[in-house]
Design a protein. Structure first.
Length: 123
């Protein structure tokens, strides 16, 4: 059964600005996310924008928003087939478990100026 759906869009210029502020990306992204995204060279900002959209979509899907959740506790990486996967830690995991959910479905996309993410939470 679907317990929640979240959708979010992030304008890529937002992440370009964050990239110029020392320490800001490290505040919002897990170190493994940063490593994976920055290894993409010119596609790094698009990748980070999509991952940030996924974090926002997660908050919408669980129905509480991101209040009380450390964004670095939401890790978005691609598996060996390229499929995006979300791993939760700490207070993000606790918020997820409070919903009674068992599975997270995630889809990411980006093109030039925008990145989008959809999160579906299922019991």
């Amino acid at each position: 059964m679907i317990l929640g759906v979240g959708l979010d869009v992030v304008h890529v210029d937002r992440l370009r600005h964050w990239q110029r502020v020392p320490g800001l990306l490290e505040r919002f992204f897990h170190p493994d996310e940063l490593d994976a995204a920055l290894s993409r060279g010119s596609g790094a900002i698009l990748s980070l924008a999509a991952r940030f959209a996924a974090k926002e979509a997660f908050g919408k899907a669980i129905g509480t928003g991101l209040r009380g959740i450390t964004l670095k506790n939401i890790l978005v990486l691609n598996n060996h087939n390229g499929r995006p996967c979300m791993t939760l830690f700490g207070n993000a995991r606790e918020a997820f478990e409070r919903t009674g959910a068992k599975t997270i479905h995630l889809s990411l996309t980006h093109e030039r100026d925008n990145a989008l993410a959809v999160v579906i939470i299922e019991s």
